[in-house]
Structures are given as C-alpha cells and as structure tokens.
Design a protein around this ligand. Sequence first.
Ligand code: GH3
Ligand code: MG
Ligand code: MG
Ligand code: MG
Length: 311
Amino acid sequence: YTRGLEIGHIIDRIEQLTRVVVQDPYRVLIVDDSKAQAYFTQNTLNKAGIITEVITKPLEVLDALEKFDADLIILDMYMPECNGMELAKVIRQQEKYVSIPIIYLSAEADVDKQLIAMSEGGDDFLTKPIKPHHLISTVRNRGERARALLSRMIRDSLTGLYNHTYTLQQLQNEILRSEENQTPLAFAMIDIDHFKSVNDTYGHPMGDRVIKSLALFLKQRLRKTDTVGRYGGEEFAVILPNTQQENALALLDDIRTHFAQLRQPAHPEDLQVTFSCGVAMLTEDNTEMLSSQADQALYDAKHAGRNCVRI
Ligand code: GH3
Ligand code: MG
Ligand code: MG
Ligand code: MG
C-alpha cells in the first residue's frame, strides 16, 4: 500500500503527530526521614499530575533510583542515618546520576549551611514550609531542563533516534532482560545500499533526507517495545525483544520490501532506495558477540546482492 506514497507526507504526518503528543508526567523521588513531611510533598506533587516515590530510609536511595527511573530527586537535609549532603555526594559519584537534578527541601534557614549543601551537588534549595506552586514549578522547570539535556545525550540530532552509545546500552539491558525472562531476542543491523551514489547523484542534503525517511519508516513500523537507533552514518540497529527468529525475519523483510517501494522525491526524478539487513538471535553463548554476528550477517546480505535480509 505504500507504493506511490510520498515520503514527504509521512515526514509531515509524523512531525504533526509528535507535536501534539502529551509529555510523560515527571517522576520524582522524595527522600525524607519524616513520613509526614514526605507524604505532604508527595500529595502536593501528585495533585499536579507528577508521579512520586517516597523513601524514608536514605540508604535505600541508590536502590530506589535504579528501580524508579526518576527525573529528579527531592532531598531532606537532616536525616539520622545519613544526611542529605552526604547522600547527594554518594548519588553524584555514580556516573549515570551526574546530571539528575537534586532539590533540597529543608527547614534549614541558614544561608551558609544551604550553600554548603548546594556545593555537594544540589541544584536548588527550597525551605519548608513551601508553597505548593513554588514546589511544583521548581519540579517542572528542573524536570524539563533535565529531560532536554538527557535527550541530547542519548539521541541523534538528524533523525531523533537513539545514538550509537545509547543503542548499545539498550542492547545490554535487553540481553539481561531476555536471559532473566528466558525470552528470545533478535538484533538487526541495517545499512542503506549504494548510499554513496545517492549523495554523489543527488547531493548530501538529499542523502540526509533519505536517512531521515528510513529512520521514520523504521519507527513507524516497529512496536513500542522495540528499539531503533542510528548506529552510524546510514546504518541503523534494531532490537526486537521477545521475538522468535522467524517473526524477526518476516518483520524485517516486510519493512525492507515496503521501504524499497517508496518513491523519494528528488530531481531530476524520484528515486527508490533499498537497504540490506543482517540479523542475529541471542543464544546462551553469544552475548558478547551479538552485534558482530549481526554485522557478519549484514556483510553476507551485501554480498548476496543487497536489498535482502540475512541471518
Ligand atoms: P553499500 O551498499 O556497500 O553499503 O554501499 P555504500 O555506498 O552505502 O557504502 P558505504 O557504507 O561505504 O558508504 C556510506 C556513505 O554514507 C559514505 C558517507 O559519505 C555517507 N554518509 C555517512 N553519514 C552520512 C550523513 O549523515 N549524511 C549523508 N548525506 N551521507 C552520509
Ligand atoms: Mg529530616
Ligand atoms: Mg555503511
Ligand atoms: Mg551503505
């Protein structure tokens, strides 16, 4: 059905759709030894549609961060087991939490003490009692900035797909998950055929447009639980969790067929572009080699004449 469908329409359509997408609610980890205080904060944020998790034992914070996937942390300053400053230091020592916003929320009114606390990795210092709208807008502002930064770190700017580093990180996560749940996992590498000649014939901007169109096409065709990343220039990686080999091959071949039928508007005439794809299935002993196996399969697909899927 995609024959004759102009890729420009697809791009416009997706850009329209993504503009109206409502942002996921912010997720806040609240750390406070006082249950009453923690629940007050929680209640205030929940009413504003913000998702929260409360920790009253500071030593559980790293564990909670691991499980809860927080956008930011609200931290009490004085707690018996470990004070907020010490805790902020511990959190900041973890590489993945170097930029997560930490907002102190404490009755401490001494500005010097507040500044010392900030020097240990805090981003804001709010004092109790706090007005609800003050707390909420601080969370929203910090949350928005943190997400923008994170998105820049993990996404590719041309296509908006995950970048190479983050895609490999996701692959590691999915491998662990598949081993734990005993579910099949497929990993695929996709490389556009004769892409140099697209650039040479139609110019680099047109090449970029083709890369973008394949990125959008892949996103559109894959499930929400699948991951697609821009692996390199005109190379993409696809992670298919919980997918049997025959289904992975059928899906990727279907995507290949339909992409090859798209007309990419260009001058002097529209062009059609194909890709080759290599697939590898996770087994008990190829954890470390999954991506190189997919790469080898891709190489085989190229040598088999391109525009095909190989395993
Ligand atoms: P093959 O079928 O063997 O894959 O042939 P190919 O021409 O695609 O070969 P190769 O993978 O070696 O070439 C990829 C080319 O993609 C080289 C590079 O100039 C171009 N390229 C890489 N990144 C970008 C990009 O972001 N934009 C554009 N327009 N071109 C890019
Ligand atoms: Mg306290
Ligand atoms: Mg290539
Ligand atoms: Mg290529």
